[in-house]
Structure formats: structure tokens, C-alpha cells
Design a binder for this molecule. Structure first.
Ligand code: PMP
Length: 285
């Protein structure tokens, strides 16, 4: 994927896709001093663009990283890189990291901070599960306590157990893994938040130890506009048995129905389809 035509924005310059490289002694490679964003553009407009750029700054702050570009500069850069690549429907990836420099130990205050923005076409994140309903495995790892790590940052270090859990899930023929949190409550998937439906009302985990996704917040707003009651609360894994419908939300995932979690089955029901369609209409509005 590194050997292709295209242009990437790096530290204020447009560089050839193949030349957008970093040195092996990049601090982030060794110590996960890196934060990123995942965004989607529809018809040339990035959905909730500014909120993503603001979250990138927030995540960096949580890691003592000062991004040398303002939110406005990041906004302009994202649209510039989409334009030079000729994309109007795209996935946009901004990443900020500590580079190589005099510090090769844990501390890295003297190393420069870099920012890069790439974009590419990315279809359905879960493939045909988008219509059929995804199958989820239960992850063996737990989402950590907010006293352990800055859980609301979109930081590379929080994704180590996402990758291994997703690999384990895929090896079992599942699309993704569902995490419980450090207390045993239902948390989120490896790159998406989760919702459940029971008796016409919606239940979703309280995001007190994981990312409160921008898509999650958008979907809660849509549900409330439709007069659907939404309960943000702690959900026990035993409750999975009683839920009728389930879906995932995320920038890449959009609204993806879930058909199965472990041994529990869910129908791809009317509310799930309604929310998936309404989200599609909203992002393209
Ligand atoms: N949780 C995790 C771990 C994620 O990686 C993502 C995707 N950014 C989400 C939730 C959903 O966040 P958003 O809706 O802001 O994309």
C-alpha cells in the first residue's frame, strides 16, 4: 500500500505517496507517541470535519504532544490533500507523532512533532456484513480504566489490543471483537461503538472508559429526534441475551448491523435499518 501513485500532506508540504516516509528511530515507533483521526468525506465534504481536527488536538494534549498546526490549518490541509488526489468520497487519515531526534529514551520533549494527512477511497469497513449483519467475537482483553491510560484519546497505544483482538476474531470467522471493560461491562468493538435495542428503546454503554465516538453522538441525536428513548448506561454481558437488535457506529463502520455476538443472535430489524439509512442521508446532506 506504500507503493502507489498519490500525494500525502506532510508537515505542510505535499509529497509523493512513495516518499512519505519516516526514520526507523522515530520515537512513535518505539513508544506509541502518536495520535490519529479517521474521517470520511461525502460529496466533497468531510463529515464533522472540525470536530475531528479538534479531537486530534485533544488527543495530542493527552499525550503531551503539541501539534505545530492549528485546527484551521489542519482543516485547510485536509481539503488540499483531497483536492490534489481528486477525491470527493474519501477516508481521511490525519496522524501526529513524535519523530526522531536527540531523545531515544522514554522522554521525548526535544524531538520534533510531525503531522501527516493521507486520504484514499475506502468502501464498506465490514464488507457485506453491512447488509447481512456482522458477527462479533468476545475479546479476551478488556478496555482499561481511565486511571490506567488516557482512554478518551484516539492514541495509537490504545489500539494494540484492538489489533490482536480483531485478528483473533477474524481467525474464528467473525468480523470484529467486542470488548468488555475493566469492570466487566460491555464496552465497544475494536474501532466502533455499540448500540442495542429492546422493546423499542435503545441502550448503549456509557463511554466512561473508551472513545465517545462522533458517530455515536450523531446517532444518539438522531434517535432522540425520532423520539426514541436512549439509555446510556452500564450494560452487563448477561443482558446480551435479552436484546433484539444491535448495531455498531463509527466513521469507517458508519452504521453496521450486528447479527451475532458469541452465541447470541440479533435481527437486522426496522430501527437498525432506519438509523443506517438516516445516517447515510445525513452525511450526504
Ligand atoms: N471506538 C474506537 C476504538 C474507534 O477506533 C472508533 C473509530 N474512531 C470509534 C470508537 C468510533 O469513533 P468515531 O465515531 O468518532 O469514528
Amino acid at each position: 500500500y506504500d507503493d502507489r501513485d498519490g500525494t500525502i500532506w506532510m508537515d505542510g508540504k505535499l509529497v509523493d505517496w512513495r516518499a512519505a516516509n519516516v526514520h526507523i528511530l522515530t520515537h512513535a515507533m518505539h513508544y506509541a507517541s502518536s495520535v490519529f483521526e479517521g474521517e470520511r468525506a461525502y460529496n466533497g465534504k468531510i463529515f464533522e470535519s472540525r470536530r475531528h481536527s479538534e479531537r486530534l488536538h485533544f488527543s495530542a494534549g493527552e499525550l503531551d504532544i503539541e501539534i505545530p498546526f492549528t485546527v484551521d490549518e489542519i482543516e485547510a490541509a485536509k481539503y488540499e490533500v483531497m483536492k490534489v488526489n481528486g477525491l470527493s468520497d474519501a477516508y481521511v487519515r490525519a496522524v501526529a507523532w513524535r519523530g526522531a531526534g536527540p531523545d531515544m529514551g522514554v522522554a521525548s520533549a526535544r524531538n520534533p512533532v510531525h503531522l501527516a494527512i493521507a486520504c484514499w477511497e475506502w468502501g464498506s469497513y465490514y464488507g457485506d456484513a453491512k447488509t447481512r449483519g456482522a458477527k462479533l467475537d468476545i475479546a479476551k482483553w478488556k478496555r482499561p480504566s481511565p486511571e490506567t491510560i488516557p482512554v478518551h484519546a484516539k492514541a495509537a497505544g490504545l489500539y494494540m489490543i484492538c489489533t490482536t483482538s480483531k485478528h483473533a476474531a477474524e481467525a474464528k470467522g467473525c468480523s470484529d471483537a467486542l470488548f468488555m471493560d475493566y469492570r466487566g461491562y460491555v464496552a465497544e468493538a475494536t474501532g466502533a461503538n455499540i448500540f442495542f435495542v429492546k422493546d423499542g428503546e435503545v441502550h448503549t454503554p456509557d463511554p466512561d472508559c473508551f472513545l465517545n465516538g462522533i458517530t455515536r453522538q450523531t446517532v444518539i441525536g438522531m434517535l432522540r429526534d425520532k423520539q426514541v428513548k436512549v439509555h446510556e448506561r452500564h450494560i452487563m454481558p448477561e443482558e446480551l441475551e435479552g436484546f433484539e437488535q444491535c448495531w455498531l457506529t463509527g466513521t469507517a463502520a458508519e452504521v453496521t448491523p450486528v447479527g451475532q455476538i458469541g452465541t447470541y443472535n440479533f435481527e437486522v430489524g426496522a430501527l437498525t435499518r432506519d438509523i443506517a439509512e438516516s445516517y447515510e442521508q445525513l452525511v450526504r446532506a
